[in-house]
Design a protein around this ligand. Structure first.
Ligand code: ZN
Length: 470
């Protein structure tokens, strides 16, 4: 005999249980959704209330795109935006609360942008991070964030690390620091550049995560399905782009520099996940083979590429892929002992830097500037010097353009997943007021930025003054 569901007392009980379960879950889901909403990245700092204006009088503007300073100008900031730029005086009525800053002919320029950071990992040694409490790592990163801002860096593209908490703290105005375009955990194959397990952690035990995975620093993923899963997790957490390790690296223990990491289907799984989410994948890669594989998979930004050849650079130009290149030279203290495998890899990579910049120029590739400081406390203090030494390959105005408007274009590659609204990297009417008032002309003497304590008179981010000295 057939019994319809609504007549079957057993099914009715089952259905009632299901309804109760469904409503219980709905309540739980509602609570979880509220928690998730509370945990979502805060979009931006609270803007200065309308009416709170700042007027820079008598400044020469470096607008982020030209190769010279403007004639004496006046720049009015209203809230978080640049409202007016004019060579004629801008009238403000006394008593309306406008703060007037006498520029005295100094330079007003956009805040600097570093296109490749690991803010969570830059001021502590590798051993301190791998063995230390994550709370301690966060405290160190808070200091790193403040140090960056005080050097004039108002935005960074963070290329791997558990940065979401710090970003949220900065965006909420709890601690000072730059805007952060987070990648979250970098995704690496086993034995790849993001695998910092100890040898006795292998073989991996299925279902168990390594320390760096548990704290959100790295994600070990082998196979397209797991890469896709890990990429989607980072996107869910608020990553503005996805970072994969596509070839050998200097700091990591297992991978020689020449190895290619991942396969095209694995890389493509991440690219599809990112593109479906409205953003892109950047990869760590040095060699032609690793870069070509990434290009085939649809990666939009190659980070590093110091060992590239002419044909691969030409392919990057043809595909209009970004080259996020760093001025790595053997001119700074190394965290690796002389004679160690890591040091040998470092020196091999350094030898490619001059060629790489030559290729980037020759092929007109869109080239971003970044520092990629990692586990090097002494180098984190030399962020500005990593910028000023770019005159080895570029004119000072080109260097300043790269660290402002060009890097801002790379940030904009995150499209709708960019965590911050508004135009950055330029001094233009309607752009976001991330501004530096510099004592002197940085186009004539780029190195004056190195003495940031003395020469950065005003540091403004999002219309808020974070430093002002006479
Ligand atoms: Zn890096």
């Amino acid at each position: 005999m057939l019994i319809c569901q609504c007549c079957d007392p057993r099914l009715n009980v089952f259905t009632r249980r299901m309804n109760a379960e469904t409503s219980r879950r709905a309540v739980l889901f509602g609570a979880a959704a509220s928690l998730a909403a509370a945990a979502l990245p805060v979009q931006a700092q609270t803007p200065v209330p309308p009416g709170k204006e700042v007027l820079f009088e008598n400044v020469h503007v470096f607008d982020g795109t030209s190769d010279r300073l403007s004639s004496p100008s006046n720049v009015l900031v209203a809230g978080r935006m640049i409202r007016t730029i004019s060579t004629v005086p801008i009238a403000v009525s006394p008593g309306d609360g406008t703060r007037v800053i006498a520029g005295q002919g100094r330079t007003l320029m956009p805040g600097l942008i570093d296109a490749h950071t690991h803010i969570m990992f830059e001021t502590l040694s590798q051993i301190a991070i791998l063995t230390g409490d994550i709370g301690f790592v966060n405290v160190a990163a808070v200091k790193a964030a403040n140090d960056m801002l005080m050097r004039g860096f108002t935005s960074i593209r963070d290329m791997g690390g558990p940065v979401f908490g710090l970003k949220r703290g900065i965006d909420a105005g709890i601690v000072p620091g730059p805007r952060i375009w987070p990648s979250g955990a970098f995704i690496s194959q086993s034995g790849g550049h993001g695998d910092f397990r100890l040898p006795n952690d292998m073989p991996a035990r299925p279902g168990e995560y390594t320390y760096s995975e548990r704290v959100g620093g790295a994600a070990i993923a082998d196979s397209p399905d797991v890469v896709r899963l890990r990429a989607r997790e980072q996107l869910a957490l608020g990553a503005s782009q996805i970072k994969l390790m596509a070839g050998g690296g200097v700091a990591s223990p297992y991978d020689p520099l020449d190895v290619t990491q991942y396969t095209v289907p694995e890389l493509r799984a991440a690219v599809e996940a990112a593109e479906n989410w409205g953003t892109y994948v950047a990869v760590h890669a040095y060699t032609p083979r690793a870069v070509r594989q990434a290009l085939e998979a649809g990666v939009a930004c190659i980070d590093h590429g110091h060992l590239l050849d002419d044909a691969t650079a030409a392919l990057m130009a043809e595909k209009r892929v970004w080259w996020s290149l760093q001025p790595f030279l053997d001119d700074r203290p190394s965290p690796y002992p002389e004679g160690s495998a890591n040091r040998a890899k470092q020196l091999e990579m350094y030898r490619g830097t001059d060629v790489a910049y030559g290729l980037a120029r020759k092929h007109g590739i869109r080239t971003a500037w970044g520092t990629d400081t990692l586990f090097e406390p002494a180098i984190a203090a030399l962020r500005v010097e990593q910028l000023t030494k770019m005159v080895r390959w570029y004119q000072p105005a080109e260097v300043l353009r790269m660290a402002t408007s060009v890097n801002a274009e790379l940030l904009a590659l995150s499209g709708p997943r960019s965590p911050y609204a508004g135009k950055l990297g330029v001094v233009q009417e309607g752009a976001v007021a991330d501004l530096l008032l510099v004592d002197g002309d940085p186009i004539a003497d780029l190195r004056l930025l190195e003495d940031f304590e003395r020469n950065l008179k005003i540091i403004m981010k999002d219309g808020v003054i974070h430093k002002a000295i006479a």
